[in-house]
Design a protein around this ligand. Structure first.
Ligand code: ACM
Length: 263
């Protein structure tokens, strides 16, 4: 299975142009699954709820999801992409999984980061896993990585791969994802953006370093911290089905649930 990410500098409010650029990146290499950054169509640094209201779109009938479905059809691929979703009176920092036939999955970011808490409603959907070819794919968005329960939930649902659209500004995630992958024995594709935004009173600089990590915590490929690029890696998703560490230990079966604190 060929899985890839697009790391690029999404321009705030330029929905058409951002989608056009993402389409351009994925048209040059074949992949079975592409992951695009968080809020790839709108940009990240909203400064008012009114801006979110003006740019958020319904899923699946909004123009960005429809465009992603066309991209999947034209390139015979699947895509996971972050976007601002409008649902009734609420706005979610969401991620969609689409294929040539349409929308397959929707995830609404559960752990909102920093000022996102001012504009978005925390996700209200459970973690889910969906088939993409022979792989089972789960989604989480950026800051969710900081909560090991997110990746663990996806692992317990049987995910072989976590698709992880991101707009990282703190430095920790690229070095932390190998641990998430190691402890859950699964693959992850983190698609981060580069560039910076200075729309409010502060500048946010996005750290790039998008990466593909394997179930042993090995970084199969990591992008630079500044440059735009699309990169594809060949993986065998079946490797994520083997949770055993040695003859005596299985990282999922050995869990001692009754000793863990729930809250
Ligand atoms: C983040 O969750 N965008 C840091």
């Amino acid at each position: 299975m060929r899985v890839g990410f697009v790391q690029f500098d999404c321009r705030f409010g330029e929905i058409e142009n951002n989608a056009y650029r993402a389409a351009h990146f994925i048209s040059h290499q074949r992949a079975d699954l592409w992951v695009l950054p968080e809020l790839f169509n709108t940009g990240y640094q909203f400064v008012s709820k009114r801006e979110v209201a003006a740019l958020a779109e319904p899923v699946p009938n909004g123009p960005t999801t429809q465009r992603l479905i066309r991209m999947a059809k034209e390139n015979k691929t699947h895509l996971v992409a972050g976007l601002a979703e409008r649902s009734g009176k609420s706005f979610y920092n969401s991620s969609v999984l689409v294929g040539p036939k349409g929308l397959i999955g929707l995830y609404r970011k559960i752990h909102l980061f920093y000022e996102e808490t001012r504009w978005f409603t925390p996700g209200n959907l459970r973690f889910q896993v969906h088939p993409v070819g022979k792989a089972r794919v789960g989604m989480m968005v950026c800051f969710d990585w900081f909560f090991p329960e997110a990746a663990r939930s996806l692992a317990l649902l049987g995910a072989d791969l976590i698709a992880h659209p991101s707009n990282l500004v703190l430095p920790y995630c690229p070095d932390a994802m190998p641990t998430r992958c190691l402890e859950n024995r699964l693959f992850a594709v983190t698609a981060n953006r580069v560039g910076s935004e200075s729309r409010g009173t502060e500048t946010l600089t996005y750290i790039g370093m998008s990466e593909v990590v394997d179930p042993k915590g090995k970084i199969l490929y990591r992008a630079s911290d500044k440059n735009e690029e699309a990169h594809v890696v060949e993986i065998d998703p079946k490797l994520a089905r083997n949770k055993s560490l040695n003859r005596y230990n299985d990282l999922i079966k050995d869990r001692r649930n009754r000793f863990y604190v729930k809250s």
